[in-house]
Design a protein around this ligand. Structure first.
Ligand code: IPM
Ligand code: MG
Length: 355
């Protein structure tokens, strides 16, 4: 088994280091190779996704990814910004299925800004389409308007689009995932306004006919955003497009207490995957040793499960995380009075002990 380790920027290096220790402790035959990505790669090689890094990622069974992005690169032209690295990896590896589980650990019910009874026992799986939609649609750019409300004015535009096969394959992922859970899928769209998402709804409905044992309902994205904080436990599997999924998964993260707890998996058709915490590079706390490594450690568990076929060690990691939470250990983002505040390194060490 070969893993490409791409720590990236900001807290990426700190949190990935802890996940690597956890993987090493499992005594599996895993070969790991590290490479630069994001702003760090731009600094060293002039590009956020250097050829060598992409090659390494393509050859690996899985990629363990930290995070990319830093204010110092915000003024670069778009093609050179750190975010292009993760977008380029998703596109080049065909990682169309993004799984973002939002699980509220019992010990963290008080860390959420929502009332404990709303989130206690919460277990949602957000499935975000990851290689289409307005993120990648062409054409896009800036131009002088020839029509619209202000002809002659500068304008910018992007293209929202989805083809039938793109919708079908992500719908299958959602229905199949639901079969392993409570057999409910909510497809989130904006069919009341957007052509692209009326088509999305039609295609998901068609695919749903092949899964009569799974209950399917549809929800507009604005309503879904509201229901997620009103009564989140009514969701099981949520499937949606790239942009809505980006937004809703950050919202869902907050239901669990901290985005510092949320792992994610991005898979292609051959189960090759990229595993990363759902949170970003957090440059404001980088280097301070206070970042929460648990989302990355849990991402490593997802990697073992989905790409490396190692269910037992995946469960060992998840159990170890639960155990450190039960011990009352908390990084700053999930700290509450009465618990013990620990650093990134201490949290990683505690997981290793629990393993
Ligand atoms: C995410 C991030 C990325 C996205 C950025 C960093 C490009 O927000 O993974 O959710 O928008 O997909
Ligand atoms: Mg996001």
């Amino acid at each position: 088994m070969k893993i490409a380790v791409l720590p990236g920027d900001g807290i990426g290096t700190e949190i990935v280091a802890e996940a690597v220790k956890v993987l090493n402790a499992l005594d599996l035959k895993i070969e790991m190779e590290t490479a630069l990505v994001g702003g760090a790669a731009y600094k060293a090689h002039g590009h956020p996704l250097p050829e060598a890094t992409l090659k390494l990622a393509k050859q690996a069974d899985a990629v363990l990814f930290g995070a990319v992005g830093d204010w110092q690169y915000d003024n670069l032209e778009r093609a050179l910004r750190p975010e292009q690295a993760i977008l380029g990896l998703r596109k080049n590896l065909g990682l169309f299925a993004n799984l973002r589980p939002a699980i509220c650990y019992e010990q963290l019910v008080d860390a959420s800004s929502l009332k404990p009874e709303l989130i206690s026992g919460l277990d949602i799986l957000i499935i975000r389409e990851l290689t289409g939609d307005v993120y990648f649609g062409q054409p896009r750019g800036r131009r002088v308007a020839t029509d619209g409300l202000f002809p002659g004015a500068d304008e910018a535009f992007d293209t929202m689009r989805y083809s039938r096969p793109e919708i079908e394959r992500i719908a299958h992922v959602a229905f199949q995932a639901a079969r392993k859970r409570s057999r409910r899928v909510t497809s989130v769209d904006k069919a009341n306004v957007l052509e692209t998402f009326q088509f999305w709804r039609d295609v998901v409905t068609e695919v749903g006919l092949q899964y009569p044992d799974v209950e399917l309902d549809h929800m507009y994205v604005d309503n879904a955003a509201m229901q997620l904080v009103r009564d989140p436990k009514k969701f099981d599997v949520v499937v949606t497009g790239n942009m809505f999924g980006d937004i809703l998964s950050d919202e869902a993260a907050m239901l669990t207490g901290s985005i510092g707890m949320l792992p994610s998996a991005s898979l292609n058709a051959s189960k090759q995957g990229l595993y990363e915490p759902s949170h970003g590079s957090a440059p404001d706390i980088a280097g301070k040793g206070i970042a929460n490594p648990l989302a990355t450690i849990l991402s490593a568990a997802m990697m073992l499960r989905y790409s490396l076929d190692q269910e037992a060690p995946a469960q060992r990691i998840e159990a170890a995380v639960k155990s450190v939470l039960a011990q009352g250990l908390r990084t700053a983002d999930i700290f509450s009075p009465g618990t013990t505040r620990v650093s990134t390194l201490e949290m990683g060490a505690a997981v290793l002990r629990a393993l």
